[in-house]
Write a protein that binds this ligand. Structure first.
Ligand code: F6R
Length: 615
């Protein structure tokens, strides 16, 4: 939610800021703005409602004088609609000071009243302008000490925030702070960067510093200083960024989503790499951390959205291999009740961004109650892994499209690895060789689905472009995939879609079936369980009898589905726990092709932002 970039160095900053914003636009795209301190030491600012392209066009029409110090922002609206006035940066101190913000300042109303009483007037409806005005007033009162004023302001703010600010009286200095909201530092040669995540600066440097909670950073071209909110210097943690800049570019693809769907074999292979030894799964990051898995009696997996659907697949795998009960909890529900957790509980969080506020808060809640915590995350330097006792990274590479695809596959892969690792450590698995072979074969099988079904599914979506509702049914590990198929369709094609456990059909959802209603049915292999397979085939017959248009996803050679299916999408044979990684692919392609057929922007669907850093 909201992308933030800052630059100080010898180069003109505007292009660097705009390129950084382009790579962060997935975080929010309802308005964008930049502020620059030009060569004469005066601050210029431009901001525009709409996507980044609107800002670019405006700068093309009337350029801002450029300079070497700048900040940029791409917004996902919280306080105040997506207008030019509400876009960031916000200015204060006679427009000499600019400030950008990600998050929500919870006490903004009382601060605004205080400032209004002091004669300050506001141009926007945002909480951010309140922070800017507060900083302007503090700066004037303290005699022009930007860092001191900034420290005083962040100590008065409640809520979650990343703030960057600069003042024209201090060219070559950008100050930043974070509380429960992301910010990382990029270290260049004679130049430094700030970004919501490393995508903001990977084009320029792979050297980064992670900043902890409640810390303040000042960057100049030659120095980076990090302190806590009291001003005491702290050591920031260095890391090398493993993503490369090209991975965050669209290349020749029609959309980031198309590229990311196609990258799934690689995302899965990279997530497995280095974690299989012989016929065992050994995750090196968990070396020496066996105590995380011994002496626990339950696991809670917590996440939101697509990540939570990967967790549902993980539940089946971990219960089977590690023989521990696993509950899956939506992070935003988990901490608002009084869950029974303690030091006998392992709380596994899953997050592509590593910044989802609900998930972060669930991890903190679990830690405070003595639970052991492990995160599965795709983003280095992110907050959730830093707040966890251990981390297993997915290596999907940067995911830019708002709808998660390759990160989902990598999350399931990491959960399968975790289940096999845990099962070994707990002595619950005697022989993992078959499962390890299944894991290793996954990338090739996913590639096969991509190759064999792309055209067929795209054609199917084209025929269904006018469809108003699609249902998805699955059983066992097919159920989370039904949920994911429905979510993908909803979020990018704006079509009503629901995923159901096939067994629930007769308990209500079958009432939705009318002639012509499209229903995707994920059919589990009969080789895994003839009984479960036959139950799903019965479900197909039931909906078919009521006129549904049945689209079946079934393994190659499963002939039992043929008499009842209008369309059959084939996936290669795989073990029960591995099938979801194959079955999800046609559903992703379907959602993408349908949205494209409707002329929609698949990468930036309306109302959504990729990284949900507010509650
Ligand atoms: C859907 C989607 C979201 C995210 C969810 C969690 O396509 O991308 O549902 O899965 O917002 O995000 P992360 O994984 O970053 O915590």
């Amino acid at each position: 939610m909201c992308g933030i970039v800052g630059y100080v160095g010898p180069r003109p900053s505007q292009d660097i800021l705009l390129a950084g914003l382009a790579r962060l636009e997935y975080r929010g795209y309802d308005s964008a703005g930049v502020a620059v301190i030009d060569g004469d030491g005066s601050l210029g600012m431009r901001k525009k409602a709409g996507k980044l392209a609107m800002l670019r066009d405006s700068l093309k029409d009337a350029a801002l004088p450029d300079g070497n110090t700048g900040i940029g922002h791409t917004r996902w609206a919280t306080h105040g609609g997506p207008t030019d006035e509400n876009a960031h940066p916000h200015l204060a101190d006679d427009d000499k000071l600019a400030l950008i913000h990600n998050g929500i300042i919870e006490n903004f109303a009382s601060l605004r009243d205080e400032l209004l009483a002091d004669g300050v007037s506001f141009r926007s409806e945002t909480d951010t302008e309140v922070a800017a005005a507060l900083l302007g007033r503090e700066y004037r009162n303290n005699g022009g000490d930007l860092q001191g004023a900034f420290r005083a302001v962040v100590n008065r703010l409640e809520g979650a925030f990343t703030l960057l600010a600069m003042h024209e009286e201090h060219p070559g200095l950008v100050v930043g702070a974070r509380r429960n909201s992301p910010l990382v530092i990029g270290l260049g040669e004679g130049e430094n960067f700030l970004g919501s995540d490393v995508a903001a600066f990977i084009e320029h440097t792979r050297k980064a510093l992670a900043i902890g909670q409640d810390q303040i950073v000042s960057i100049t071209p030659d120095a980076v200083t990090v302190t806590d909110f009291a001003g005491t210097p702290v050591e920031a943690e260095p890391f090398d960024v493993s993503w490369d800049a090209a991975a965050a570019e669209k290349g020749g693809w029609s959309s980031f989503m198309a590229k990311e769907v196609a990258e799934q074999p690689e995302a899965v292979a990279n997530t497995i790499r280095g974690r299989i030894q012989g016929d065992q799964v050994i995750i090196p990051e968990l070396d020496g951390l066996d105590e995380l898995f011994i002496g626990i009696n339950r696991i809670i997996i917590t996440a939101c959205g697509t990540a939570a659907y990967s967790a549902l697949v993980g539940k089946y795998a971990i219960e089977q291999w590690a023989r521990l009960p696993v509950d899956v909890e939506l992070a935003h529900e988990f901490r608002y009740r009084d869950p029974v957790i303690g030091d006998d509980t392992l709380v596994v969080s899953i997050s592509q961004s590593g910044e989802t506020m609900d998930t972060l808060m669930a991890v903190k809640y679990a830690s405070e109650r003595g639970a052991r915590t492990l995160s599965i995350c795709n983003t280095q330097g992110a907050t959730i892994p830093r707040e966890s006792d251990a981390v297993v990274y997915t290596h999907a590479g940067p995911e830019v499209a708002v709808a998660s695809t390759k990160a989902f596959s990598a999350q399931i892969t990491a959960l399968l690895l975790l289940g096999l690792h845990m099962g070994r450590v707990r002595g619950a698995i005697e022989d993992a060789s078959v499962d390890v072979a299944e894991l290793s074969a996954l990338p090739e099988k996913i590639a096969k689905v991509l190759e064999s079904e792309q055209e067929h599914v795209t054609q199917l979506a084209g025929w269904m472009a006018d469809t108003r509702s699609v249902l998805f049914l699955g059983r066992h590990v097919g159920f989370p995939i039904a949920l994911e198929g429905a979510l993908k369709l909803k979020e990018i094609s704006y079509i009503h879609a629901e995923g159901f456990a096939a067994g629930e059909l007769k308990h209500g959802p079958i009432a939705l079936i009318e002639p012509g209603q499209p229903v995707f049915v994920l059919v589990p292999s009969p080789r895994h369980s003839a009984l479960v397979h036959s139950k799903v085939v019965s479900n197909i017959q039931e909906i078919r009898a009521r006129g549904a248009r049945v689209i079946v996803v079934a393994e190659e050679g499963d002939a039992a589905v043929l008499p009842f299916a209008d369309e059959v999408i084939r996936i290669p044979l795989a073990g029960a726990m591995f099938e979801p990684l194959l079955a999800v692919v046609p559903l992703q392609i379907f959602a993408m092709a349908l949205a494209t057929a409707k002329g929609l922007d698949v990468d930036q669907p309306r109302n959504l932002a990729k990284s949900v850093t507010v509650e």
